[in-house]
Design a binder for this molecule. Sequence first.
Ligand SMILES: C[S@@+](CC[C@H](N)C(=O)[O-])C[C@H]1O[C@@H](n2cnc3c(N)ncnc32)[C@H](O)[C@@H]1O
Length: 200
Amino acid sequence: MEKYNKIYSSYNVSEDIKPSQILSLVWKNFLPNSKILDLGCGQGIDSLFLAKNDFSVIAIDSSDVAVNQIKIKKDEFKLDNLELICGDINDFNIEKNKYQVIICRNVLNFLDKGKALKILNSLKDNIQKGSYIIIEIFTKDDPSFFSDNKFASYFEEQELLNIFSGYKIFYYLENIILDPGHPGFPGPHKHGVARIIAQK
Ligand SMILES: C[S@@+](CC[C@H](N)C(=O)[O-])C[C@H]1O[C@@H](n2cnc3c(N)ncnc32)[C@H](O)[C@@H]1O
C-alpha cells in the first residue's frame, strides 16, 4: 500500500518490543505451542513481541517497506519462528484449524465492507474451539467519518460484538479514545474504536 510505504519509510520499528494494549491483556493465556496469524501487521509490534516470546507467528501486510523493516528485526533477534508475507489479506487463505490466535488490528477499515465481513467470517469459520480472535476496527464515531478523508468502510454501534455472538467475550471496548499518536499521525488525536477479544 503506497500510503503506508510512505508513512513507514520515515518511522523505524520501535526498539522497545512490547505488545499493543489489547494483546497485553490476553497473550499470557495463549497455549505455548500456539500458531498465531497477524493480518495487516504494520511494523509488526505484536508479531515481533509474540515471536520473541517463542510463539510461532505468520505476519502479513501489503506494505513491503513494513515487511522489510520487520525482516531486519527478525534477523537481528534470530526469529526463525516468524514468517513474513508481503501481500493482500483479501487473497490470503486462512487454513482451517491451523491458528490458535488471529489478530487483525486497524486494517479492516481499509477494505470495503463486504470484503471486511468476508474476512471476519473466514476467521470465524477457520479457527477451532478455544482459539482467540483479536480485532480492532474504527466505528462511525471516528472523527474521519465526518471528514473528506474517509476509510473505505466503518462499523456500526455494537456491530463487532454482534458478529461474535455465541463466542466467549474476553474483552470488549467501544468508545471514543484518545490516541497518543502513531506513524502517519504523530500527535494526540481521537478515534472511534471497537476492540474485541473473542474466544470460540
Ligand atoms: C493502521 S495500520 C495498522 C497496523 C497494525 N495492525 C497496528 O495496529 O499497529 C494498517 C495496516 O494495514 C495494511 N493494509 C491495508 N490494507 C491491506 C490489505 N488489503 N492487505 C494487507 N495489508 C493491508 C497497511 O499496509 C498498514 O500496515
